[in-house]
Design a protein around this ligand. Structure first.
Ligand SMILES: [Zn+2]
Length: 928
């Protein structure tokens, strides 16, 4: 069966080289589009690769099967990858799932594969809820019955000959991957059993389907039952199959996929798990499976049909051999189309074994589709669509133009262009949709008017397109029809979208503000003028200024922003609440946010969700004047969330790290995985350590193995991140947490941490827990996934010189982004460590630093005043050292008089005065 490829390719290679040998004056680029269409005529076999996330597909093997052998190949992916990270933007959750689904579509186009998903909507239970250690947990969350039912339905309708999960069911694997391996293997027996999900057969009209073989990727060459050489270079694509695979993987941009690989041999090792041919040799993936219609001819008992099948394959081979001659291919593919249709009739009526009949009819149906495509490409007809507007609203009429151009060398006859919509829609085609004849280089525009019903369904990112184009023509007495996607996304959206900034509200009951600002953005998708009023639907006791605001739009896509000041009730209760932004227009209410998702490498998409702000009120105590330096990694938004709740945060840039005064910060925090994205941090790591040594407090958030974390050099004392990384996680967000030093300051200042603060966490507890650390680190928490031994390294802290260094592998950034009060409160305590001592131990030296800082901030008018105060404080330091309490008190009293005078002269700001006056009192109190 593998006989075809080497022979064919060596011929292709030869023809590709010929022009060069013939003085290289012919350009003759390979006709990739045509080859993509004719190559599948070589075989009737089908292959299905199953995985859990978009990017799980084995792109190199799929490229070889689909583009090399012409096998009809598909990827079936469970979810949308919503739980992943995003390397191209800040979309997460469903919005990221939409990006990844569309990247999957573009990636699959390159390998000639079709991508399918088990997840059907943005609220589907088959969701990427984050890393999972077990298939049991995965299936509990996805719903085992629902997931399996959809998988069986897919196999019964797609009818693959060979199935291969991308991953094996081994403990070191992601639970989602293991789940798809388990279910795919189970389906081998169940898809063919009519008592499994019988309603699919009895009510939906599907047939039971016997998968012929199931392979797993082999663990090594030694355990492989079948090894396939896939490293070949293909001159048509001008690259090897692994290179084609990587070109496809580059489309998974949000996941940072794709790499450059050389042309070199590559073996893909497979292990046969299940087969309906138990005792036969298996040196080839498709061994024993009828590979094309001439092999089907030997399976069918009826002589007439058998002979027809034999002839059909000869015709198909002839078409492949005619490549790249489009003009010669067209009559042949039309003729083959006629023969396939005739043969389908015969097989339907023929007296052949029921299961063979079912299989064969399916193969003929696929071949008919493939031939329609070959005919369209060979005809040279090019179809372009242009939309009056990519966005429309219910009840609107819009125009879609189809431009049909004959790029071929022969006239094409009886062309019929159409738009396909669901039944409730109406389309006026004018009178130009029938074209008797289109000569070479001739082009025709057909403008359709599309009437969108008043109750048309809104755009669904995972649904079928609401409009497609259809093109039919007749040559050799046979009609060929192809259905195509529009060139752009066509979306029915609500007339008005309303969104809020911020999207969520955190209310600190310990520091209740008199008002919170909410910006409400309204966008008009209606064609033309629209007047509306915006308001906030607030919980009881809240007030809003203004209560309502008018917004007026002239045109589609206009936007308007309105600012609201909202005030919480003084006695606001702790807990969750929600508020809704609403727009009213013409007696209709709109409460949906439309998030536009637009990137160059994928088609435009839209995510619609309720315009509700989630709020939470809780007590968050903060030290008075904690000054934080934050080294952002770009992978979390913690610094902004801290600013929102009133922390004094400075984002540190390269210059700050290199030469800035770090001693001004009480605490310096690094964002998650900062060593991966901040080379300037690695370069200045020594300065960060010196900062700690000189009395600073460093808080480092988690790093992944491979993030440029050096066990011995990055932290002050050895700290080794857990490997293999899959094992060093606590993925159950509700896993029991024990605070092993509950009386430690970390759990008591400024917030008193209780078990309650560990409740309501999202996604997981922590990642990449350290597996080895120096004895000088203290541990504070212990936690474990169900049934596993606990990790003690969720928070590690050591004294270093005068200061402290803290490392945490807990995912505070997720908790903070999701308004989990405990996440804020515990993280605040980690940041505030040391600030308590500072507060108590006031000294003249500390006051001098305060004066200098205030001077830097411009709080003094005169250099002289600054000099006077610092000299004064230096003298006080002297008395402190000699423990002359009376003198300290006396001189601090005159210090107070000094700043009073300065205040009267207005040479010092009120803020500086009150800060210094308070600290002076503290110092006096200390020595009295
Ligand atoms: Zn995956």
């Amino acid at each position: 069966m593998k006989k075809y490829l080497p022979l064919l390719l060596s011929l292709l290679l030869l023809t590709a080289l010929l022009p060069f040998q013939g003085l290289a004056k012919e350009k003759d680029d390979p006709d990739v589009e045509l080859w993509n269409a004719v190559n599948p005529l070589n075989t009737t076999v089908t292959f299905l690769n199953t995985g859990a996330h978009p990017d799980d597909e084995r792109s190199d093997l799929l490229a070889y099967l689909s583009r090399g052998l012409g096998v009809k190949t598909s990827s079936l992916i469970a979810n949308r990858g919503e739980g992943g990270q995003n390397e191209i933007g800040n979309e997460l959750g469903n919005a990221l799932g939409i990006i990844r689904s569309n990247e999957m579509i573009e990636a699959a186009k390159i390998t000639g594969v079709k991508a399918y998903h088990l997840s059907e909507t943005t609220s589907d239970p088959i969701y990427d809820f984050g890393f999972s250690k077990s298939p049991e947990e995965t299936l509990e969350k996805w719903g085992e019955d629902l997931t399996y039912e959809r998988l069986i339905r897919f196999i019964r309708s797609y009818q693959p000959d060979v199935v291969m999960p991308s991953f094996r069911n081994v403990p070191s694997q992601h639970g989602h991957h293991r789940t798809m391996a388990i279910l795919s293997q189970r389906a081998f027996e169940d898809a063919t059993d009519p008592t499994v999900f019988p309603e699919q057969i009895e009510e939906e009209g599907l047939s039971a389907w016997q998968v012929k073989k199931l392979y797993l990727p082999a663990e090594s060459g030694d355990t492989a039952t079948t090894s396939v050489e896939i490293g070949d270079y293909n001159p048509i694509y001008e690259m090897s199959y692994p290179q084609l695979g990587e070109k496809s993987r580059y489309m998974h941009k949000s996941q940072g996929m794709g790499k450059d690989v050389p042309v070199e041999p590559r073996e893909f090792n497979l292990e046969l798990q299940k087969s309906i041919y138990p005792n036969k040799e298996d040196d080839d993936i498709f061994a024993n499976i009828p590979y094309d219609f001439s092999e089907w001819a030997t399976v069918v008992s009826e002589d007439d049909i058998s002979a027809n099948l034999e002839n059909l394959q000869k015709d198909l081979n002839e078409i492949v051999n005619l490549y790249p001659d489009r003009e010669a291919i067209l009559p042949n593919s039309q003729e083959a189309l006629r023969n396939v249709q005739k043969l389908t009739d015969k097989v339907e009526k023929g007296d052949i074994d029921a299961s063979v009949k079912n299989d064969l009819l399916h193969k003929l149906e696929l071949k008919e589709e493939q031939l329609q495509k070959v005919s369209l490409i060979a005809s040279g007809l090019d179809v372009k669509t242009t939309l009056d507007s990519e966005v429309v609203t219910q009840g609107e009429s819009t125009k879609i133009k189809m431009t049909i151009t004959n790029n071929g060398k022969q006239a094409i006859h009886q062309i019929d262009a159409s738009l396909l919509t669901s039944e409730e829609w109406t389309v006026d085609s004018g009178d130009g949709s029938d074209i008797k004849k289109l000569e070479p280089n001739e082009s025709r525009d057909i403008t359709f008017t599309v009437h969108v019903p008043k109750d048309a369904a809104y755009y669904q990112p995972y649904g079928e397109s609401s409009v497609q184009s259809g093109i039919t023509f007749k040559e050799e007495g046979i009609e060929t029809t192809n259905i195509l996607e529009l060139d752009e996304t066509f979306a029915v959206l609500p007339a008005l979208s309303v969104s809020t900034e911020p999207e969520d509200i955190v209310v600190n009951t310990a520091d209740l503000k008199s008002e919170y600002t909410v910006n409400v953005k309204v966008k008009n998708y209606y064609k033309g003028e629209k007047n509306a009023s915006v308001s906030l639907n607030l919980p009881e006791g809240w007030t809003s200024v203004p209560e309502k605001a008018d917004v007026n739009f002239k045109d589609r896509l206009d936007e308007q922003k309105t600012q609201f000041k909202i005030t919480p009730p003084e006695n606001i209760e702790k807990g969750e609440f929600s508020a809704e932004a609403i727009v009213e227009s013409d007696g209709k209410e709109y409460d949906t946010t439309v998030q536009e998702i637009s990137y160059d490498h994928i088609k435009d998409s839209y995510f619609q969700y309720p315009s509700t702000m989630d709020g939470v009120a809780f007590e968050l105590l903060k030290p008075d004047s904690l000054k934080i330096g934050y080294i952002e990694s770009g992978f979390d938004e913690v610094a902004d969330y801290l600013l929102d709740v009133g922390f004094d945060v400075t984002k540190l840039n390269e210059a700050d790290l290199q030469s800035g005064d770090l001693s001004q910060y009480d605490t310096i925090v690094t964002g998650i995985r900062a060593n991966l994205s901040r080379p300037d941090l690695i370069k200045n790591n020594q300065r960060l350590l010196e900062y700690a040594e000189n009395g600073g407090h460093v808080v480092v958030q988690y790093h992944k193995p491979g993030d440029n974390w050096d066990t011995n050099k990055t932290p002050p004392y050895s700290l080794e991140i857990g490997m293999p990384s899959i094992e060093w996680r606590v993925t159950d967000e509700d896993a029991q947490v024990t605070m092993t030093q509950p009386d430690h300051k970390l759990f008591n200042f400024p917030n008193k941490i209780t078990d309650n603060d560990w409740n309501g966490w999202v996604q997981e507890r922590g990642l990449y827990f350290p597996m080895n650390w120096d004895d000088r680190y203290e541990t504070f928490v212990s936690m474990a996934d169900p049934g596993e031994d606990p990790f003690d390294s969720g928070i590690l802290m050591t004294n270093y010189g005068e200061g402290t260094y803290l490392y945490t592998s807990l995912v505070f950034y997720r908790q903070i982004a999701n308004q989990v009060p405990g996440g804020y409160r515990i993280f605040t305590n980690l940041l505030s460590y040391g600030a308590e001592e500072d507060a108590k131990e006031i000294s003249a030296a500390k006051m001098r630093t305060l004066v200098e800082r205030l001077a830097n901030e411009g709080e003094f008018d005169s250099e002289n005043d600054v000099h006077l105060l610092t000299t004064h404080l230096t003298a006080v330091s002297h008395y402190e050292n000699k423990e002359q309490a009376e003198k300290v008190v006396k001189h601090m009293t005159s210090f107070k008089q000094l700043i009073n005078q300065m205040l009267e002269n207005k040479s010092i700001s009120e803020k500086a005065f009150s800060d210094l006056d308070k600290e002076a009192d503290n110092l006096i109190e200390k020595w009295q």
